[in-house]
Design a protein around this ligand. Structure first.
Ligand code: TRP
Length: 336
């Protein structure tokens, strides 16, 4: 099949914690669905992760985990390009150029910057501020058509589009203007302890999130403890039953059953039965992923081969765009 006719997809995930069920059902599962139809570039965006302080040993371990999980969930290196952002220097290089075409005012308006600078008031570094120009570089380097993201990234995509339009306006067509999509199949998974908040691996309460590598017993225990309400009816109503509705979203994402079907299935049954069913469904979903993960993690050479080849391909493709950009802004060609 010719790759030329396929639309290009870019997406990235931060390795700034252990991978969670939220990462999988909200993003990664959809990446797998897209790999057949699109030419996909999927990156572990490690450069983005150091905008908040990371423990180096933990970061190293998490990057490898994410890469092994990419493969374990079914991302196929024959179909898509899997790589670490820091292995492909064009990202940092284009980010610098784009910084010079991104306005201070624009970056100041980013809600994620405002949130994160509140959360990390002792470390409001320049990288945290210019994070969106690096993200713009990520997608613009590949002449990307489609960027699947969560709703929280919409504003960054809008900014990337504005930067690209601005650059094209000055220098002529250089970048494809990418489109952000929030995939219909991606589920928004909330915390099990506070179902009005997003499930997050940085939560202090370990019972609030499910890690992709959690053992079946732990998964079931966490679901049993999930915060619900006192009505004792399995009914979908995110406003007044956020806990049950969140569990229904998870169950629906895992089993492909609709909310109606789930309500019927648990009609007349208590929350205990429902929570156990959700826990078991998630544990069953993750079992094969975990055994595949274990297998891949034992084969370090294979893992290294995949991310090295991915980075080479990504470099080759992205460098074409970078060279164009260097020429357009007026840099001279290097003689080596
Ligand atoms: N900022 C994104 C997040 O935190 C990750 C990311 C970095 C990304 N570069 C990207 C996503 C480019 C899509 C495209 O979720």
């Amino acid at each position: 099949m010719s790759e030329i006719n396929k639309k290009i997809v870019f997406s990235g995930i931060q390795p700034s914690g252990e991978p969670t069920l939220g990462n999988y059902l909200g993003a990664l599962k959809n990446w797998v669905l897209m790999q057949d139809e699109y030419e996909c570039f999927y990156s572990i965006v490690d450069l983005h992760s150091i905008t908040v302080r990371q423990d180096p040993a933990a970061l190293r371990a998490q990057i490898k985990k994410f890469m092994a999980l990419f493969l374990a969930i079914g991302l196929d290196p024959e179909k898509c390009t899997l790589f670490c952002q820091s292995h492909v220097p064009t990202h940092a290089e284009l980010a610098w150029i784009l910084n010079c075409y991104t306005m201070f005012g624009e970056l100041s308006r980013m809600t994620q910057f405002k949130d994160k600078s509140q959360k990390h008031a002792d470390n409001i570094n320049a990288g945290l501020f210019t994070y969106p120009s690096l993200m713009a570089a990520d997608m613009l380097l590949y002449q990307t058509d489609v960027v699947p993201v969560g709703i929280d990234q919409k504003q960054h995509i809008e900014l990337a589009r504005n930067i690209a339009v601005r650059f094209n306006g000055i220098y002529g067509d250089t970048f494809k203007i990418p489109e952000g999509v929030i995939p219909k199949t991606s589920a928004k998974i909330n915390s099990l302890a506070d179902p009005t908040k997003k499930m997050s691996k940085s939560d202090e309460n370990i019972n609030s999130y499910i890690l992709l590598l959690d053992k079946p017993d732990d998964i079931i225990r966490k679901f049993k403890r999930a915060v619900t309400d006192s009505e004792a009816i399995v009914r979908y109503s995110p406003e007044d039953k956020p806990g049950i509705s969140n569990l229904m979203n998870i169950y629906s994402a895992v089993t492909s059953k609709t909310h109606d079907e789930i309500e019927k299935e648990f009609d007349g049954k208590g929350y205990g039965d429902f929570k156990l069913a959700v826990g078991e469904a998630v544990a069953d979903l993750l079992k094969p992923v975990q055994s595949e993960y274990e297998r891949i993690m034992k084969d370090k050479d294979y893992l290294e081969k995949i991310y090295s080849e991915g980075a080479q391909k990504a470099y080759y493709v992205s460098n074409k765009t970078l060279s164009k950009v260097y020429k357009k802004v007026g840099f001279i060609k290097k003689g080596f």
